[in-house]
Design a protein around this ligand. Structure first.
Ligand code: MLT
Length: 266
């Protein structure tokens, strides 16, 4: 895996990890995580793909701009990365959860560069009022007390019970990513997610081939709800992975990559 840094229009820098050769696939991480959540899947995918993992603003080594950004800004960052590394090639964009919100914006803003969309453990619809208020509360807590105080409570919803019992190293890595996330970056990401666009009414207009992946132990984006909205996509496949929670590619990288490779090959 090699790393590079791409300067953005705002004078900030985007950190990017890359490995492998072949068709380019851009992997977008969830909240409040960084490129490390993709490493096990990237090892497998890089056998056949050129894997590109940007870190979203303020996470990992990517720097945070001073003013509030939107999910659309993050999609434009992804396009900057694609342009830098893929010139005029079309790419596959695969986003998990918050990364899925960015991937949906990417197809809306830069769909001409997209060969295939992969939406993992995510949703197109807006938050309930209560969930939105929870985000703003977490943003305030993260600013005042840091990422661990704000977001450690997410842990049991990110990693499923099966993995919590059997894969302590996975749980440790997720804890480390939450602890090492910058409080201001956590706050800005929560505010950006609170104001994201509602893609549910727009799903029927997405004709790009799309794979939707869920985990049967994911309590944040449950399988049944995910399958229901997938049916509104005109050109989509759905797969629900067994024994997997919200972080499918980290919890079960082999199953995740098999489902992804099968869908992309068909
Ligand atoms: C994530 O995993 O990225 C978060 O669950 C996204 C969210 O808070 O909606």
């Amino acid at each position: 895996m090699h790393s590079l840094s791409i300067s953005s229009r705002l004078g900030t820098s985007l950190s990017v990890f890359a490995k492998g050769q072949g068709q380019k696939i851009i992997l977008l991480h969830g909240f409040p995580l960084d490129h490390r959540m993709w490493l096990p899947a990237a090892e497998i995918l890089s056998i056949n793909f050129h894997v590109i993992i940007p870190e979203l603003r303020g996470f990992g080594q990517s720097t945070l701009p001073e003013s509030q950004y939107s999910i659309a800004d993050l999609a434009d960052d992804v396009e900057q990365v694609r342009h830098h590394l893929a010139s005029n090639e079309q790419v596959i964009v695969c986003g998990l959860s918050m990364g899925g919100y960015v991937a949906l914006e990417y197809q809306a803003r830069h769909g001409q560069h997209l060969q295939h969309l992969v939406l993992s453990n995510t949703k197109p619809n807006l938050d309930t009022l209560q969930a939105r208020q929870g985000r703003l509360k977490m943003a305030q807590c993260a600013t005042e007390q840091g990422s661990w105080a704000a977001a450690s409570g997410m842990l049991e919803n990110l990693v499923c019970a099966t993995v919590q019992d059997n894969q302590p190293e996975t749980v440790d890595l997720v804890k480390r990513m939450i602890r090492e996330a910058d409080g201001h970056s956590v706050a800005m990401a929560q505010r950006a997610m609170a104001d994201r666009r509602d893609f549910e009414p727009l799903l029927s207009a997405i004709h790009i081939p799309t794979l939707v992946l869920a985990g049967d132990e994911d309590t944040i984006c449950p399988c049944m709800a995910t399958e229901t909205w997938t049916q509104k996509l005109p050109n989509a496949r759905f797969s629900c992975l067994a024994g997997v929670g919200h972080l499918a590619p980290l919890e079960a990288p082999i199953d995740f990559c098999s489902a992804l490779s099968a869908a992309l090959a068909s």
